[in-house]
Design a protein around this ligand. Structure first.
Ligand code: EPZ
Length: 423
């Protein structure tokens, strides 16, 4: 398992080119299963999660080619099994259920493992498939889906924690080939859902309302191949804006869709940073004193849970008490114990809430990455900490950030990656 050493102190400045969105590319790659024809997907980030998804498609019999950021998939013949030993590596593999059910009327997909940010159930996905006429059985750790016919229906997608992004994706990908009209009530409105819908429409699907909480799908008999460019990764962009806020003079993220980051840039402004926006770029800079802030995560367009850990790290620099609540993944505070090892003053008075007392005094320490966004938060803290922070288990970072260390070095950070050779 590689580790990285982050030297605290260098000031960051310059421009980072943002990659395509991981959380958009994953369901879009799954959607290529819906047609026998060739699909060409551009701006697919080079991440281990993407690698796992391509492994699953290949395991199912797809022809998969990859040339730098472009992936070509031909799903002419298809098995409908997604095995445990691949699914366990990446829970987003569950989003192959919808296209397999839509195209083949059956699927056998391993139940995803839990993960450190929460137990990650898929009950809303499975209930949605039943609404469309599928039979669902869970046995020996696998979900078995079968449908003689898929019929359009009203499918509620809201659970006790709000809507479900991959659940909305899954139902969308089954409904596009169902008979009749499906109405997804309480649909997730994330930009990544809109991007998937746009790809499906390019394949010949009939979808209205993507980006709202009510999506209407008119089923068609078949879909054809299509070409698509994945939207920019708003969470990668947000992570670099926080890096610029914490350790930068002026940092620009380019090739972004600024409207996708509205909640993030608003939170940075409230904390006292200066934000300037162009058509495809956002710049963050200092603007006098910093202020504590209060944040509560919410489904899009609210503040994203995937930026919660990064803002916990930022709050350690803002004098006063900041309050951060995660209503989507209340357990998602694994980064707190590690930040405290670096001198941060953080309390967890109740599940789902952190109180951070900004003291600006972070000091380097060996820390352990636990999940994708917590790992990024530790790198950000290391940029400011006195000394050299050693971050272990950086495979978490490589799952969701394309060359994070290289991109940070490109704007002035001093980071070394040590290959320990151990798997
Ligand atoms: C997607 O996960 C993202 N992953 C996550 O990003 C992101 O944190 C999450 O949406 C919320 O925005 C991908 O898109 C690949 P959910 P997803 O279903 O779809 C509960 C990252 O860091 N729920 O929207 O799996 C669930 O427990 C990752 O890039 C049910 O109760 O998340 C959670 O509390 C981490 N039943 C809430 O809903 C269900 O059937 C939202 O989960 C499904 C979900």
């Amino acid at each position: 398992m590689d580790k990285i050493l982050v030297h605290g102190g260098p000031r960051l400045s310059g421009t980072v080119r943002i990659s395509g969105s991981k959380n958009s590319a994953l369901p879009i790659l799954a959607a290529t299963l819906l047609t026998k024809e060739e699909c060409i997907i551009h701006r697919v980030p080079d991440l281990s999660d993407i690698h796992y998804m391509l492994q699953i498609l290949a395991f199912m019999g797809c022809e998969v080619e990859r040339a730098s950021g472009t992936v070509i998939v031909r799903a002419e013949k298809l098995s409908t099994l997604a095995p445990y030993d691949i699914v366990r590596k990446m829970r987003a593999s569950v989003c192959v259920m919808g296209p397999l059910l839509g195209r083949e009327r059956e699927a056998t997909v391993s139940l995803p493992g839990g993960c450190v940010i929460g137990d990650r159930p898929i009950d809303l996905h499975l209930r949605g498939f039943e609404k469309l006429g599928a039979m669902v059985r869970v046995e020996s750790g696998y979900v078995k889906l079968f449908a003689n016919r898929l019929r359009g229906s009203v499918v509620p997608m809201r659970g006790k924690f709000g809507s479900t992004v991959l659940g909305t994706d899954n139902i969308l990908m089954a409904a596009v080939l169902a008979e009749g009209v499906t109405i997804i009530e309480g649909a997730a409105a994330e930009p990544e859902v809109v991007d998937l819908a746009n790809f499906l429409i390019a394949m010949g699907a009939r979808i209205e309302g993507a980006g709202t909480d009510r999506i209407v799908v008119e089923g068609v008999s078949s879909l054809h191949g299509a070409e698509h460019r994945v939207i920019p990764d708003r969470i990668e962009a947000g992570t670099f804006l926080v890096a610029g806020a914490m350790a930068g003079d002026r940092v620009t993220v380019r090739r972004v869709e600024p409207s996708h980051l509205a909640a993030i840039t608003k939170a940075l402004s409230v904390a006292g940073f200066q934000i300037s926006t162009e058509s495809d770029a956002i710049t963050v800079g200092r603007n006098g004193s910093l202020h504590p802030f209060n944040l509560t995560t919410a489904p899009y367009p609210g503040f994203p849970t995937d930026m919660q850990a990064q803002f916990c790290a930022l709050a350690t620099l803002c004098p006063g008490q900041s309050h951060i609540k995660d209503t989507i993944f209340p357990q998602r505070f694994m980064h707190v114990a590690e930040l405290k090892r670096m001198g941060a003053e953080i309390d967890l008075p109740e599940v789902g809430r952190a109180v951070i007392t900004g003291n600006g005094r972070l000091s380097a320490a060996p820390v352990m990455a636990s999940d994708l966004r917590a790992s990024a938060a530790l790198v950000l803290a290391g940029l400011k900490a006195e000394g050299v922070t050693e971050i272990n288990r950086v495979y978490h970072i490589d799952r969701g950030y394309e060359h994070l260390d290289d991109k940070l070095i490109g704007i002035g950070a001093q980071i070394e990656r040590l290959k320990t050779g151990r798997p």
